[in-house]
Design a protein around this ligand. Structure first.
Ligand code: HEM
Ligand SMILES: [Cu+2]
Length: 520
């Protein structure tokens, strides 16, 4: 047990779910620095009309890579990091079901990242077809250089990583729960990963198939997406969004799980409506597969299909609403402690609700037709992804850092970080709703002068976000070196919640439990 290797060898050879969780999290943080820097370049170019910070080609490359990196290399791996670290702990297991497979899932991300970032240095540069890789833009005809091929292969690898990870999560959760932990006794973070892994298993292979078809169209002249060969570019959109809509839930469900631990812990109450949240999570998972064509309202699909997808998109607000009300009822009348984690969890609710409401407006076909491919969509997607996933992740960072490192992040700095990020996020993305409504197009490297004012505001917001991000990194380094030591249960969450993460030392020992706990 205690004879595991030290230093670099440990990290290169580890199969401990906690080490792998940390590897995922550190990788995601590292990628966030790049993804965030790309965003800074975009915002610099857009900080005034007719600037020449980036040329159009480079703008498109950074835009495509920013979206791809943030989604596939930041949010998804970070959630997998928390999942790897905490799912086994929370169900009272010693590790994931397949520890070596788990290590493989992590290590697949590294060559994928090399393919993505390496593509900037090949002839023609990185992919320019957006993170959605729409054909024919991503076809050989319009993107003939290697960038798109590397993008496809990189996504293949991260997709494989997620699929293997999902299998591991499912087998772990189904088979390795401690005696007495019935399904309806599982902590909510475990439930969200259970549903999430199922989503990944149904959705990600479809993406892999679509990517393979795009690759053979490009390399071997097949015609899946080429009308001249009897194919159809719309097929790409169907397959892509059949994955990517569920993917937005893949990116938010575990975040909701984190929030479902943080809110009760700092309200001194139990979560309100546990079973309702479980059913709502499952319902979101199912309905999430019936809404993908809301991304295709302007692509000429049958109006009756549009009506169906508009309706289903609105239906999904119901289980989401159930969760929001459960969270609000959880904090209602509680003794609230405004720790940094709690602030991020509350910020998550506020921003996610706003993203959800703009999503509802986009479900209204005539409105979507007006604002399609405008900044309104960019605003909406950032409220959901930044406001949803990233805020929840940051809540998780402040909540679980003591468990993982044995030290508590500086709360005074945490407060500043929260406000920089919360205000920065709103200052950056709120004005984009108005820009979109008045007609500023998405994915364009410059704009007409009348759009300048709100773009300047948005770019100013980036500076706040940047400062918040840097301060977070500083807080982590500082805390790791000489932060306050954490007790087993630094937040006093155990007596009421009884989740097993707080029942072991901080950080937990190898194999987590000296004796597998029995759940009463
Ligand atoms: C983890 C958080 C983030 C995620 C998941 C994310 C995701 C995305 C995605 C998918 C796109 C492509 C949008 C499109 O298809 O038109 C995009 C575009 C963009 N993002 Fe982000 N982003 C994040 C954070 C940020 C931040 C912090 C900023 C800057 C403050 C930012 C600024 C931009 C800009 C300027 C664009 C280009 C929009 C355009 O030209 O159409 N993003 N982001
Ligand atoms: Cu969608």
């Amino acid at each position: 047990m205690s004879d595991r290797p030290k230093g670099l060898v440990r990290w290169l050879t580890t199969t401990d779910h906690k080490d792998i969780g940390i590897l995922y999290l550190v990788t995601a943080l590292f990628m966030a620095v790049f993804g965030g820097a790309f965003a800074g370049l975009l915002r610099a170019q857009l900080s005034a009309a007719d600037l020449k910070v980036l040329n159009p080609d480079l703008y498109n490359q950074f835009l495509s890579m920013h979206g791809t990196v943030m989604i596939f290399f930041v949010i998804i791996p970070a959630l997998a990091g928390f999942g790897n670290y905490f799912v086994p702990l929370l169900i009272g297991a010693r590790d994931m079901a397949f520890p070596k497979l788990n290590a493989l899932s992590y290590w697949l991300v590294i060559p994928a990242a090399f393919l993505m970032f390496g593509s900037f240095f090949v002839q023609g540069g990185a992919a320019q077809a957006g993170w959605t890789g729409y054909v024919p833009l991503a076809s050989r005809q319009f993107s003939g250089t290697a960038g798109v091929d590397m993008w496809i292969l990189g996504l293949h690898l991260v997709g494989l990583s997620s699929i293997l990870g999902a299998i591991n999560f499912l087998v772990t959760i189904i088979n390795m729960r401690a005696p007495g932990m019935a399904y309806f006794k599982m902590p909510l973070f475990v439930w969200t990963w259970f549903v999430n892994a199922t989503l990944i298993l149904f959705a990600t292979p479809v993406l892999a198939g679509a990517l393979t078809m795009a690759l053979t169209d490009r390399a071997f002249g097949t015609g899946f997406f080429r009308p001249s060969e009897g194919g159809d570019p719309l097929l790409w959109q169907h397959l892509f969004w059949f994955y990517s809509h569920p993917a937005v839930y893949i990116m938010v469900l575990p975040g909701m799980g984190i929030v479902s631990h943080v809110l009760p812990a700092f309200s001194s109450k139990k979560i309100f409506g546990y079973k309702g949240i479980v059913y709502a999570t499952a319902a979101i998972g199912v309905i999430g597969f019936m809404v993908w064509a809301h991304h295709m309202f302007t692509s000429g699909i049958d109006p009756r299909l549009r009506a169906f997808f508009a309706f289903m998109t609105m239906v999904i607000a119901v289980p989401t609403g159930v969760k929001i009300f459960s969270w609000l009822a959880t904090i209602w009348g509680g003794q609230i402690r405004f720790t940094t984690a709690m602030k991020f969890a509350l910020g998550f609710i506020a921003l996610f609700v706003m993203g959800g409401i703009s999503g509802l407006t986009l479900a209204v076909v005539p409105f979507d037709v007006q604002v399609h491919d405008s900044y309104y969509v960019v605003a909406h997607l950032h409220y959901v992804l930044f406001g949803g996933s990233v805020m929840a992740l940051l809540a998780g960072v402040f909540f679980w850092f003591p468990k993982m490192s044995g030290r508590i992040l500086d709360e005074k700095l945490g407060n500043v970080i929260f406000w920089l990020i919360f205000l920065g996020m709103n200052i950056t993305f709120l004005p984009m709703h108005w820009l979109g409504i008045v007609g500023m197009a998405r994915r364009i490297y410059t704009y007409r002068p009348e759009f300048e004012f709100w773009n300047q505001v948005a770019s100013f917001g980036y500076i706040l976000l940047f400062a918040g991000g840097m301060l977070l990194l500083y807080n982590m380094f500082k805390t790791l070196r000489k932060g306050e030591r954490a007790a087993d249960d630094p937040w006093g969450a155990y007596p009421l919640q009884r989740t097993l993460d707080w029942s072991v030392s901080s950080p937990p020992p190898v194999e987590n439990f000296a004796k597998i706990p029995e759940i009463a």
